[in-house]
Design a protein around this ligand. Sequence first.
Ligand SMILES: [Cu+2]
Length: 403
Amino acid sequence: MIYLVMDRRDFLKKSAIALSSVVIAKNTSAQNIQQKHALMPDKDMHMMMHAPAGWADPHIKISPPPSLMGRQMGRVHSPNILPLGYEMDGNVKVFTLIAQPVEWYLLDGEPQEGSIWDKVHKAKGIMPGMHLPTKIKGWGFNGSIPGPTIEAYEGDRIRIIVKNELPEPTSIHWHGLEVPHEMDGVGGVTQRPIFPGETFVYEFTLYQHGTFMYHSGYNEKKQVGMGMGGMFVIHPQKYPYRIDSDFSILLQEWHLLPGNENPDVVSTDPNWFTFNGKAAPSTEILTVSQGDRVRIRFGNLSNLHSHPIHIHGYTWKVVGTEGGPIPEGAQLPGNTVDVAPGTVRDVEFVAWNPGLWHLHCHKLHHTVNAHADMPMGVMPMGGMTTFLNVIPRDKRWKHPKQL
Ligand SMILES: [Cu+2]
């Protein structure tokens, strides 16, 4: 099995200088390749477990996003976040994920003048000034929270190079993927955690298709709560029919105390709720054309809550879970799909009904921001709220049963 640990010596050297720690210096001289691969915690691990870990380690330089960040090489659109391209090494698709501190806006501020969001809010009579930009100091991948959606095909051999620029160890779990034990990414169980400054290479073949996720597999409550997750889409070699618009949305929740950019990861009362890292009105609107077959893939990496995602104007079918596609005869129709933490739900429908349709979590607690903006007035649409904007092709409204 191919996996490598790199840069550790360099990291330890730097840490030793920075912290003047005799213990670390001793470990540097004692280490060897075999020790690096050991699963059991070693002296360095013990040191890391007890070192104070802030948001970022000032001794670790944060890398810019890898060059293939932003390159769309797949077919899924992940609203509000950049796609991730890959390069080929022989027949292996190689992706790079840099786990790193990220300053991220859950809310970019007031919607842009003249935008759909602006019009909606003005029409609702919401007082201006209700949408202060809201930044978090979170942890993500390649400068993004959540991380980019990984896309590949069933049968692909993929390699994912994970570099740890966090102030504490990590590892990445491939949620729902049937991979060899040593590739499962549970730090301390299936592998030695990836220490700050180190790089670990995951490599496996994809034997499934459907929608999956990836997330931190070490200190999970904190690290996933800090934002460390993303979607993982595996296409079949061939779909039985054409999907015109294919979206992927990761659901996350946060607790932010007023004036504090550090998410409170132990709170059981989250007050910010995001689609791909953005709360409304910063959520991207899903735009499709009338007649398109639309698939939306929802994955939930919230620490606590399920999110019953609801659409107006349509009846969809739930066509997939985190276990892959649902056989046609078992696909449930509905317009609200409950996405529990750790699960994925893929929904599909034909966009016959033109217009701007509300698409939101139906726990209404999850559709406002900060929960303190304006408790006695008209609260702006926030949180897990967006729209499906179906551009009309046909002027006369017709229900499919009229056709
Ligand atoms: Cu919700």
